[in-house]
Design a protein around this ligand. Sequence first.
Ligand code: GLU
Length: 469
Amino acid sequence: MKKTEIRVRFAPSPTGFMHIGNARTALYNFLFVRNKKGKFILRVEDTDVDRSTKESTDVIFSSLHFLGIDWDEGPYFQSERLDIYHEYAHKLLLSGQAYKCYCSPEEIEDRKRKLKEKGRVFKYDRYCLKLNGEELDKVKDRPFAIRFLVPYEKIYFHDLIRGDITFQGEEIEDFVLLRGDRTPTYNFACVVDDYLLNITHVIRGEDHIPNTPKQVLVYKALGWEVPLLAHLPMILGPDHIKLSKRHGATSVEAYREMGYLPSALANYLALLGASFEPDREVYNMEELIRFFSLDRVSKKAAVFDPEKLKWMNKEHLKIMGEEEIASLLELRGFPGKEYSRAVDRTYLLKVLKLIKERLTLLDDIKKEFSYFFQAPTSYDPIGLENYKNERIRKELNLLVEVLNELEEFTAPFLEDTLRRYAESRDLKARELIHPIRLALTGKTVSPGLFEMMEILGKEETILRIRLFI
Ligand code: GLU
């Protein structure tokens, strides 16, 4: 591996679904590294045995695939690297930069609770650091954790987005590196892996800033160089409070299920915290990669606006080819067997060409345009009121005969035929257009009538008008 190679990692903890914020982190790492022609590494931080699940890992992988984020290396699973963390924790023990702590989690909890009752915050008091003689003999067969001995000094790091950041060692507890059950904590495993995987840039959420001084200390203690750091701004809900379930759907899965396009979701996420070109918001992945740089990431929290995401989806549907939309629909099992008309892809493509500008979400095709796939089962009642007169019924009957005789069933030809017919019968064209629309769709608004008739075809069109009469 070349020393100059840019290497980033996405390091999810598989303890739930893929939150929009995590997806944005993955995306920014991806855009950054593809722009720099570096490597994207996937690492699963699954050392919390109680909370990590295989289902969650699968969901994270499928969410990444869905968004079009692929990786060059990995996935590495921290649970398979336990020996490595041991080795380094013991190194720190040997050098006196860490110490064994025999306090059980229950004892610590107990002390925390007691202090809390007094209104004070617990910080590990180095009880085990001072153990010796008899006291040590009493506990030394217990399982032990390994704690880092935090030096009381100034801890400094530079953040590519937020500038210089300092902490004081005194503010930081002697944090655990390895737990009593021999699993590593996040702050420790993360450093060991980022070092061993030659990560050059750590790009992650701002909520990790309080962890960073601990990690910087571990790097220093092991004599390693700290990678470049970039902490991304938080994502807030429309009420300017940290985005959470209260705000509705917050997972990539949920948006996928609702019928959002991967390209639109990626585009929208990319805008959450970074600016691209002036006066422009719609981009495909290639363009996002081309324009992305960490300089364009803001310090200011971003606000997640579901309405804007909807708008973005609509814009992407407009520019997307029918073939691509058809494939996405087919992946969603559309059109399923529930529709009475057997349709092939050519038919679906024709429908999409006509209606794609009217779709906001993929599934709108089911909700608003089901009449392309089955005859309407009811008619808009207001629309119906207008056509209860005999005259229209009679005219429609006659018109059906005319349609039946047609050799050609194309939109321009149909329009011409209908207009001529209306004229010959001293009717306004719309006096026929409106009821035919209702007959074909059950609705009072629809895409162009003649285009629709062409797509439905002669037989189906006539059948529906007859049914209506
Ligand atoms: N597992 C951590 C998380 O999901 C990783 C944080 C990091 O990127 O260092 O938040």
